[in-house]
Design a protein around this ligand. Structure first.
Ligand code: AMP
Ligand code: MG
Length: 402
């Protein structure tokens, strides 16, 4: 077991006990938000054929060189038609947006630039080849337009359909157990006894698991009982790919997650040089990776953001740019001094906003690691290296939460 490791070392050690990466096929209706498991190539050219970008007339550009040209109407091409008349010299074919370009035509006149009388049309505006959408100009058949490790956004789902895929191979959502530990914890909605507080962490952590593309299995919080904890961990290890606990990992007498892990589990590291969130623990329980997250609500949230989320993303094969993530790394000009922490990476809650050409950071609410409101009132975390403070006007690294 290593103790007091850097965040980088913690990530390295955690990567030695990965989540299994399995794949499954989902239909397009269920594809949104899923992580693409393999490159997806187009089954067709897009567009499939030359077609019009405008409602108007398919013509020969040369026929419309002079304003006021009158052309003979030979028929209509509408979206979905297959029997389309060719356009010869002095002729025009009525055409709708997306309809195939008639043979012989090489330009489109917008309907607004025309007037019809009987079977002829008079052209009063430009005939533009640019109004033709050319076969394959967006995508060529065989082109891998979506790459493995990408989260399927609404546009990506639409693109997959455009490319002719009805089902998509995605990474199976890892099942992640979420367990809260503490005698004081009471379900929201229930009456609070003396010394009791509402249990909040498992709800937040389960939501974070979902955001990262996992399937949370949230357990009701349990009391500070070793036997109960062992039973719950066993059940979680049985049915899940990984386990997250919250609470009970510090130095206190009742920090039972730490003690049971030391005695009956495998601990890879305990404590990370970061604030908030110093006491996390990582190891395996019955062979399943387990993170013991701190009980303080901000700490558990921050540790998930900088440690669990990147671990999950990397286990799932996510792309750094287009995969799931909770934050983007940015450079921020601080508008007020920020105190760092001795020998710890200091992640204070900051509000990041755009001002002119740069991102600026401010702080407002107080920074206690028990104050989950500070995570809602701010949208970023400072990344102050150990033993450094920042002065007003300093540019610092930060995470902009997404
Ligand atoms: P612990 O790590 O168990 O010492 O808990 C540290 C602090 O976090 C204490 O103030 C706990 O009451 C609080 N806490 C622990 N677990 C939760 C939870 N699931 N929801 C809300 N607060 C918690
Ligand atoms: Mg506790």
């Amino acid at each position: 077991m290593e103790t007091s490791v850097t965040l980088e070392r913690a990530l390295e050690l955690a990567s030695q006990s990965p989540l299994p990466r399995e794949t499954e096929e989902v239909g397009l209706d269920d594809a949104h938000g899923r992580l693409l498991a393999a490159d997806l190539a187009s089954k067709v050219d897009d567009p499939r054929f030359d077609n019009s970008a405008m409602d108007g007339w398919a013509v020969r550009e040369a026929d419309c060189a002079e304003p006021g040209a009158t052309l003979r109407i030979v028929g209509t091409s509408q979206a979905g038609s297959s029997d389309i008349p060719a356009v010869g010299a002095g002729e025009a074919c009525s055409i709708m947006t997306g309809a195939p370009l008639p043979e012989g035509a090489d330009a489109i006149v917008m309907v607004e630039d025309s007037s019809t009388e009987g079977d002829s049309v008079t052209i009063s505006g430009p005939a533009r080849p640019g109004y033709i959408r050319r076969r394959g100009e967006n995508l060529r058949e065989g082109e891998p337009a979506l790459t493995a490790g990408t989260v399927l956004t609404p546009a990506a789902v639409s693109l997959a359909a455009t490319m002719g895929h009805s089902a998509i191979e995605v990474v199976r959502r890892p099942r992640v157990a979420v367990i809260g530990v503490g005698d004081e914890l009471t379900q929201p909605g229930q009456p609070l006894g003396d010394g009791a507080i509402y249990e909040s962490n498992t709800y937040g952590i389960a939501s974070l698991v979902t955001r990262m593309g996992g399937e949370p299995v949230r357990h009701e919080a349990i009391h500070d009982s070793i036997d109960l904890l062992r039973e719950t961990l066993d059940e979680a290890a049985e049915g899940c790919d990984a386990i997250l606990t919250s609470g009970g990992v510090s130095m206190g007498k009742w920090d039972i997650v730490r003690s049971i892990m030391e005695e009956e589990g495998e601990v890879s590291f305990w404590r990370v040089q970061m604030r908030p969130g110093g006491p996390p623990l990582f190891g395996t329980w019955r062979g399943k990776p387990i993170f013991g997250l701190p009980g303080n609500p901000v700490s558990s949230h921050v540790v998930f953001t900088v440690l669990v989320a990147p671990w999950m993303a990397s286990c799932m094969g996510a792309d750094a740019e287009t995969g799931p993530r909770l934050a983007n790394r940015v450079r921020v000009v601080m508008q007020e001094p920020l105190r760092g922490a001795e020998s710890k990476l200091c992640m204070r809650r900051i509000s990041i906003s755009q001002e002119g050409d740069s991102l600026v950071g401010t702080t407002s609410t107080h920074q206690g690691s028990g104050n989950i409101h500070s995570m809602v009132a701010h949208n970023g975390l400072s990344l102050l290296p150990p033993g450094t403070d920042s002065q007003e006007g300093d540019t610092i690294d930060a995470l902009w939460l997404v």
